[in-house]
Design a protein. Structure first.
Length: 441
């Protein structure tokens, strides 16, 4: 056979199994179907959907009935399936189905952040053993390419920090509160009416969703396995309109941030910090202008400097775009008998406890409006080694609101300070304790 004959020979079909047909799954099926010829040209072989696993095959989903099945395990095991796309979500059965697919030589593309946050190591090991791909670009920040740049584009650099807004629901709520002055509860209700918040918004507003993404980002950026249990987490449910108004007076706004950071100690040893919490950031910071349901991630690397990735972080079509990018990569590897980059965990850096992580703080408290109170409050900060950068007093009368902005200090020192403040007779309540990010002090 000549080289020309080999080139002209039709490439074999690549079979695809789709697990789940919600908003993302439906968009994936649509893209594969409507863009079949373009995808074939890009890949070098046709993609053919072998089946779509759903919970109820009786429901009209706009696809040929013969493609639908309720037996996901049987679909994954089929010999004519080369790539499995998992867009179901949750831990089980996706974990078992993905393991089965990988162990049987099928590449897997998944958008399942909750699963990957705890089981990336297990699944990556299965993929490595079977010499197949495990791709998950869509698991973090929807359509925004973050995973592949960290794994490939910056593979020769040293990433120092990855920080971003990776949950659209909380960003919509905080943006709306800042713009309208409305309280948290009414803004959350509005987010639900507009479809930005789930009926049960706990995973979003309490930071679980963002924490899962932080675990994935930290694992990749720092070549160390980080699970969701390693990520310190706080949500936004305690944020008040008063906090946002006060932040504005300091030329700041409040965002729920996922922060993954390399910490270098005085002796040269390194640790990781992975944390999620609402924080004040200066209005001059690039993340401060990310509003509504949009996401953005800022990566800081030793040689590349600061890089920012911005776009739609959720939704059927944007997430499906990220899924299909992975599908094309996995399919090309199948055509050329190759595979993508392996998981890299050589560094094995330990995760620093939050008590030892330094940052700046915003502390709001209600205090008696009388002489000597400010001196007493400042004394408690000094006793615990927390230096004060600025103080603002709001209101007058018998009780006033006192806001203290600190310089950088370990979280444990601030916790001790707050405990002492709460024990002071002149302090009625410590109403808010928030961190500050994106400043040089």
């Amino acid at each position: 056979m000549t080289a020309t004959d080999a080139h002209a020979r039709p490439a074999r079909e690549l079979g695809v199994a789709v697990l789940g047909m919600g908003n993302v799954g439906a968009e994936v099926v649509r893209i594969i179907t409507e863009n079949a010829e373009d995808l074939r040209a890009r890949i070098g072989a046709p993609l053919v959907i072998r089946g779509i696993a759903v919970r109820d095959t009786a429901r009209d989903r706009g696809v040929p009935e013969e493609l639908l099945t309720e037996d996901a395990a049987a679909l994954v095991a089929r010999d004519d399936v080369d790539i499995v796309i998992e867009v179901v979500g949750g831990i089980e059965p996706p974990r078992s189905l993905i393991r089965s697919a990988l162990e049987n030589g099928k590449s897997v593309v998944t958008a399942n952040k909750a699963l990957l946050a705890d089981y990336t190591g297990e699944l990556a090991d299965a993929a490595a053993k079977a010499h197949v791909d495990l791709y998950f670009e869509a698991a973090v920040a929807g359509a925004i390419p973050v995973i592949r740049p960290l794994m490939q584009s910056l593979a020769g650099d040293t990433v120092q920090r990855v920080a971003g807004i990776v949950n659209g629901t909380t960003n919509f709520i905080l943006s709306a509160m800042a713009q309208t002055g409305a309280d948290y509860d009414s803004t959350l209700a509005e987010a639900g009416r507009l479809g930005y918040a789930e009926a049960d918004p706990t995973a979003d507003v309490e930071g679980y969703d963002a924490a899962a993404k932080a675990a994935i980002l930290a694992s990749i950026a720092f070549h160390s396995r980080v699970t969701m249990a390693d990520v310190y987490r706080e949500g936004i449910s305690s944020i008040t309109a008063e906090d946002l108004a006060s932040a504005a007076k300091f030329d700041c706004t409040i965002k729920l941030l996922s922060i993954c950071e390399r910490i270098t100690e005085a002796d040269g040893s390194e640790r990781i910090s992975a944390r999620v919490y609402p924080a004040l950031i200066p209005l001059s910071h690039p993340l401060a202008t990310v509003n509504g349901a949009y996401n953005a991630v800022v990566v800081e690397a030793e040689n590349a400097g600061r890089l920012m990735f911005y776009g739609q972080g959720a939704g059927g079509a944007p997430t499906a775009s990220a899924v299909m990018g992975d599908v094309v990569m996995a399919a090309r590897n199948k055509v050329h008998s190759g595979r993508g980059p392996l998981e890299s965990t050589y560094a094995e850096l330990p995760v620093a406890p939050i008590a030892e992580v330094p940052t700046r703080y915003y502390v709001a408290m209600k205090v008696a409006d009388r002489p000597g109170v400010l001196e007493g409050v400042a004394g408690e900060f000094a006793k615990h080694g927390v230096s004060i950068a600025a103080v603002r007093q709001e209101g007058d009368g018998e009780e006033t609101r006192l806001i203290v902005i600190t310089h950088r200090a370990p979280d444990g020192a601030l916790a001790g300070t707050v405990q002492a403040l709460e024990g002071m007779e002149a302090v009625t309540a410590v109403s808010s304790v928030l961190r500050m990010e994106g400043t040089d002090e």
